[in-house]
Design a protein around this ligand. Structure first.
Ligand SMILES: Nc1ncnc2c1ncn2[C@@H]1O[C@H](COP(=O)(O)OP(=O)(O)O)[C@@H](O)[C@H]1O
Ligand SMILES: [Mg+2]
Length: 695
C-alpha cells in the first residue's frame, strides 16, 4: 500500500506472506508478519514452589522465538479451552445452548480475534474465558491457563467490557492517572506512574483530548470512540498478561480502529500479552493484524486457526472471497442467517443456514480442527507456569487515591452535594421564618418539637437526592472491582472520608440558618451539638443509601426503596405516635430501636428543652413546667445523657458502612456458590467469577 508523506501515521502492514519462511508444523498462528510469536523460555524454579531445579521449558513451536529479544521473557499465558459449552436457563427448566463444544487457545504475544454475527456468542465466550459469566447461565468444559486449572488474579488479566463505565466528571488524563496510581505497585515512583499514564494516553491517540472531561448525560464530553479508548487505556496500564477486549473498535473510524488495534498488537508482542478480542467489523488492515481467528456462528465454531488461512478455508468449501471485497465482510456475510428470507428473494443459491451447517461440519473434519486439538494436548502435557499475582498498590495508597478521586468527583458533580446544599438553605430559610422567634410560651413547646422533627427527618430524608450520583460511583466501583483494581474496603473508607467535608457543610450552614432564625437555645455548645447530631444523621442516611445501592441495581428503584425505608423509620421514631403508644409487637420492639430518628429526636429534645422553663397552661398543674418534665412526660424521652444518643448514632454510622462492606463481600462470594449449586456441572470450570483481588 502507498504510504503517502501527507498521511504519515497511516502505515498498514505489508502483505503477510512476504517473509514467511518459518515452518511450525503444530503452530497454526505464529507466522504472521504483523506480530511475531513470543519467546517462551521459562525457568521452572520460578513456577513451582517445591523444586529448586532450574529446568528450561520450551513451549511448543519454539524455534521462531529466538529472534524476539524485544519481548518480555518473564511472562506469558497460554490460554486454552476445551469442549466449552455454555447454556442459558430458559423459563421452562430446559437449557438453551449459547456456545457449544468450542475448542481453542490463545498464545502470548498474539491477538486472537473472535468474530461472528451479532448474537453469536462473542461476549459470552469472552465472559466465560474471563470467569465472569453471570447467573442464569451454566458452563461446562475446561479452561486452562498454561495447561493448568488455576484462578485469575489481579495483574494477570484485564477485561475491557462492551460498555464504557467511567467517572464523568474527570478529564481523560485524570482518569488514567488516578487509575495508574490505584493499580501500579508502590515500588514504582510517582513520576514513573505519571509517565506510564502519559505513554498509554499517547498510545491510544488521546493526547489531544487529554484535558477534556469524560462527560455524561449532564454535559457533553469526549466522543464515544474516545471513551472506548479511555477504557482500553485503563486496562493496559498494568500490561496485563491476559487481555480481553469486547469490541474495542466500536465507535471508531477505520483509521482509528487500525491504530488502536496495531498498538494493542505491538504492546502484546513487546510485553508478551495474550490478547483475545471480540471484533465486530474489522477493515482488511485490521484483519491483517490478527494472528488467530475464531469465527463463530450461533455458538458453533465455523473456523478456528490462523487468520490468514481463513480465505483459503472458505474458498475450499465453495465460498471464495470475491475480488475487491474485505475478507472479513465476506466471512460474516456468508455466516449470517438473520436475514435469510430477504436474501433468498435475491436469488442466492445457498442460504446462510445451509452454508453455516456445511462450514461447521467441514471445519470439524478439517486439519485446522485437528491442529487445535493437538496444540491443546501438547500444552496440557507441558503444564507451564503457575500464574502469579501482579504487584499492586497498597491498601493505604489505594484508599488515599480513591479518597482524592472521590472528593474531586463530588466537588465537580453538582448533583452530588451542591444542589442539596442550595435546597437545604432554601428549606431552612423557610423553616426558620415559619418558626421565627419561637418564644417561650406554652404553645412554643409543640412548635419546637415540630421544628426539630422537620430538621431531623426531612433534611436527612433529602439525602436521597444524591443517590443517582452515588449509583454512578457504584457502577465505576463495580467495573474496577471486577478487574481487581482495588478492594471493597478502600472504596468504603474513601467514600466515607471524602463525603465528610460536604456533609459537614450541608449540616452546619443550613442548620445554623434554621437554628438561629427560630431562636433555639443561644449558647454555642447547644448549636454545636445540634449540628453534630444533624451531621451524624446525614452520614447515617448516606450509609443506608449505600446499602440500598448494593442491593437494588437501578437508581429509580433505589430511590423508591430508600424513601420507603426512611418513611417506615420516621413513622416508628416516636414523634407521630408517642413511644408508649406504639403497638408493642413490631413497632415498639424492634422498629422503635432500629429507627435512627428515635435517637435524633431525643437528642434534639434534650439539647433544646433541658434548662428551659415554660408557663404551664394545664388546669390544676403547677404554674411552670420544666424542660425535663416536658421531655419525660410530653415527648416520653428516655432521660439518659444526650451524648449517648449521639454515640448510638455514631455506632450506627459505622455499622451501616460495615454492613455495606459485608453485603458486597458476601455477594461476591455467594454468587459463584449459588451458580455452582444451581447447575451441577459435570466438570468444574477453572475460573472463579471473581477475578479481582481482595485486599
Ligand atoms: N444470561 C443469558 N440468558 C439468556 N440468553 C443469553 C444470556 N447471555 C447471552 N444470551 C444469549 O446468547 C446469545 C449470545 O450473546 P452475546 O454473547 O452477547 O452475543 P454477541 O456475539 O453479540 O456478543 C444471544 O442470543 C443472547 O441473547
Ligand atoms: Mg457482544
Amino acid at each position: 500500500m502507498d504510504t503517502s508523506p501527507n498521511v504519515p501515521r497511516w502505515t498498514p502492514n505489508p502483505t503477510r506472506d512476504e517473509n514467511n519462511n518459518s515452518t511450525h508444523d503444530h503452530f497454526p498462528f505464529g507466522d504472521s508478519t504483523a506480530v511475531p510469536p513470543p519467546l517462551h523460555q521459562r525457568s521452572i524454579s520460578s513456577m513451582s514452589r517445591g523444586s529448586m531445579e532450574s529446568v528450561a521449558i520450551t513451549m511448543p513451536s519454539g524455534d521462531a522465538y529466538k529472534t524476539q529479544d524485544s519481548m518480555r521473557k518473564d511472562r506469558g499465558i497460554l490460554l486454552t479451552w476445551e469442549d466449552l459449552c455454555v447454556s442459558a436457563e430458559s423459563g421452562k427448566g430446559n437449557n438453551v445452548p449459547i456456545l457449544s463444544g468450542l475448542n481453542g487457545f490463545a498464545r502470548p504475544g498474539e491477538v486472537l480475534a473472535i468474530m461472528g454475527p451479532s448474537g453469536c456468542g462473542k461476549s459470552t465466550l469472552l465472559d466465560t474465558l474471563a470467569g465472569r459469566l453471570g447467573s442464569g447461565v451454566s458452563q461446562t468444559g475446561d479452561i486452562l491457563l498454561n495447561g493448568r486449572r488455576q484462578k485469575l488474579a489481579f495483574g494477570t488479566s484485564a477485561y475491557v467490557t462492551q460498555d464504557d463505565v467511567l467517572m464523568t466528571t474527570l478529564t481523560v488524563r485524570e482518569v488514567v492517572y488516578y487509575s495508574a496510581q490505584l493499580q501500579l505497585p508502590d515500588s514504582m515512583s510517582l513520576a514513573d506512574k505519571r509517565k506510564r499514564a502519559e505513554d498509554t494516553i499517547d498510545e491510544m491517540g488521546l493526547t489531544g483530548a487529554a484535558n477534556t472531561r469524560i462527560g455524561g448525560w449532564a454535559h457533553k464530553g469526549i466522543s464515544g470512540g474516545q471513551k472506548r479508548r479511555v477504557s482500553i487505556c485503563m486496562e493496559i496500564l498494568i500490561r496485563p498478561e491476559l487481555l480481553f477486549l469486547d469490541e474495542p473498535t466500536s465507535g471508531l473510524d477505520s483509521a482509528a480502529s487500525y491504530h488502536v488495534m496495531s498498538r494493542i498488537a505491538k504492546l502484546a508482542r513487546r510485553e508478551g500479552m495474550t490478547v483475545v478480542a471480540a471484533i465486530h467489523q474489522p477493515s482488511s488492515e485490521v484483519f491483517e493484524l490478527f494472528h488467530g481467528l475464531c469465527l463463530l456462528a450461533y455458538g458453533k465454531t465455523v473456523y478456528f486457526g490462523a487468520a490468514k488461512d481463513t480465505s483459503e478455508f472458505f474458498a475450499s468449501n465453495g465460498f471464495p472471497c470475491p475480488p475487491l471485497r474485505n475478507p472479513s465482510d465476506h466471512f460474516l456475510r456468508t455466516i449470517n442467517n438473520d436475514f435469510d428470507k430477504e436474501e433468498n428473494a435475491e436469488a442466492r443459491t445457498t442460504n446462510a443456514a445451509q452454508a453455516i451447517q456445511h462450514l461447521v461440519n467441514s471445519y470439524k473434519s478439517s486439519s485446522h480442527a485437528q491442529k487445535v486439538l493437538q496444540e491443546i494436548a501438547e500444552i496440557r502435557q507441558v503444564e507451564g507456569a503457575a500464574v502469579s499475582k501482579g504487584g499492586q498498590a497498597s491498601f493505604l495508597t489505594q484508599s488515599l487515591v480513591l479518597t482524592r478521586r472521590s472528593f474531586v468527583n463530588m466537588y465537580r458533580d453538582l448533583g452530588y452535594y451542591w444542589l442539596r446544599l442550595a435546597i437545604y438553605i432554601a428549606l431552612c430559610i423557610c423553616d426558620g421564618t415559619i418558626f421565627h422567634n419561637i418564644g417561650h410560651s406554652y404553645g412554643s413547646i409543640q412548635a419546637r418539637g415540630s421544628m426539630l422533627m422537620f430538621v431531623a427527618s426531612f433534611l436527612t430524608f433529602m439525602a436521597i437526592g444524591g443517590f443517582p450520583s452515588f449509583v454512578e460511583d457504584m457502577k465505576v466501583f463495580e467495573r474496577e472491582r471486577l478487574n481487581g483494581h482495588y478492594g471493597v474496603g478502600s472504596f468504603v473508607i474513601s467514600n466515607s472520608i471524602s463525603a465528610i467535608p460536604y456533609l459537614a457543610l450541608i449540616s452546619v450552614i443550613p442548620g445554623a440558618i434554621a437554628y438561629y432564625l427560630t431562636g433555639l437555645q443561644r449558647s454555642v455548645d447547644h448549636f454545636v451539638y445540634f449540628a453534630l447530631l444533624l451531621f451524624m444523621c446525614m452520614m447515617l442516611v448516606e450509609g443506608l443509601m449505600m446499602i440500598v445501592a448494593s442491593i437494588v441495581p437501578d437508581f429509580l428503584m433505589g430511590i423508591i426503596t430508600g424513601a420507603g425505608l426512611q418513611g417506615v423509620m420516621m413513622l416508628s421514631g416516636g414523634f407521630f405516635r408517642l413511644p408508649n403508644d406504639l403497638p408493642k409487637p413490631v413497632w415498639r420492639y424492634p422498629m422503635y430501636y432500629i429507627s435512627f430518628h428515635k435517637y435524633t429526636f431525643q437528642g434534639f429534645y434534650k439539647n433544646e428543652f433541658l434548662g428551659l422553663t415554660f408557663p404551664n397552661n394545664q388546669v390544676g398543674g403547677s404554674p411552670t413546667i420544666t424542660g425535663e418534665e416536658i421531655c419525660r412526660e410530653i415527648w416520653e424521652v428516655e432521660m439518659h445523657n444526650k451524648w449517648i444518643d449521639f454515640a448510638i448514632l455514631f455506632g450506627m454510622v459505622v455499622l451501616y458502612r460495615l454492613l455495606f462492606f459485608m453485603i458486597v463481600k458476601t455477594t461476591e462470594k455467594v454468587k459463584p456458590m449459588i451458580k455452582g449449586w444451581k447447575f451441577k456441572a459435570p466438570k468444574e470450570s477453572t475460573h472463579d467469577s471473581n477475578s479481582g483481588s481482595s485486599p
